[in-house]
Design a protein around this ligand. Sequence first.
Ligand code: SAM
Length: 224
Amino acid sequence: MSTAPFSDPAAVASYTQDTPAKVPGLADLHRMTTVLLGERAESTAHILVVGAGGGLELQAMAEARPGWRFTGVDPSPAMLDIARRTTAAHAARIALLEGTVDDAPAGPFGGATCLLVLHFLDRGERLRSLREIRRRLTPGAALVTAHHTAPDGEAERWLTRSAAFARRVGTDPSRDAASAKAMAERLPLLSPAEEEALLREAGFCAPALFYAAFSFRGWVAYAG
Ligand SMILES: C[S@@+](CC[C@H](N)C(=O)[O-])C[C@H]1O[C@@H](n2cnc3c(N)ncnc32)[C@H](O)[C@@H]1O
């Protein structure tokens, strides 16, 4: 799956305005993520943020937990530039690195996030990335993931609802259905059961669903 759109500065310029309008409850997803990480992370923890482009989750967590510091990795320089601007007020506690989890330091980290990223990666690359995240976590530390899924194998129905939500004004069912079809063809989506199996295969324990919003699902799981 190509993530080329994220490398085009013009295409990502409005990311921080557009994304909260497209992902139901995004601000609360960030608040829940902070709570879930905080159950296992110390007040001075170092948190790994995989796919940190845009900086929205970094900004939310840095504001809510003044003692945490962060390393964010993202392969897109354009998205990292936006993250740098979004998180400028907390720059002293945030290191931003160009690359994937493979380029992140060894840690150990007291928690990790991977938000709105894994739906771009095919199963093999997801498994590899999840294993690399797990290797960098303190045993028992939490990982929070959230992204598009294919609930009960009904990807298009739920993606159509997500497209309708993102539209905000008016209705256009045929355009929403077409955009859902394109996404279903483009994104290597997994069912919720496959998602949980993959987390376990990567060495995480007790994956628990905590967020469900049309085609989006979020899990917390713990480094084994
Ligand atoms: C939809 S954005 C999500 C950004 C941010 N996590 C958020 O929730 O707003 C997807 C991001 O994943 C990044 N990305 C793509 N492939 C990646 C990979 N293999 N590892 C880490 N990040 C990746 C893209 O560059 C892009 O910045």
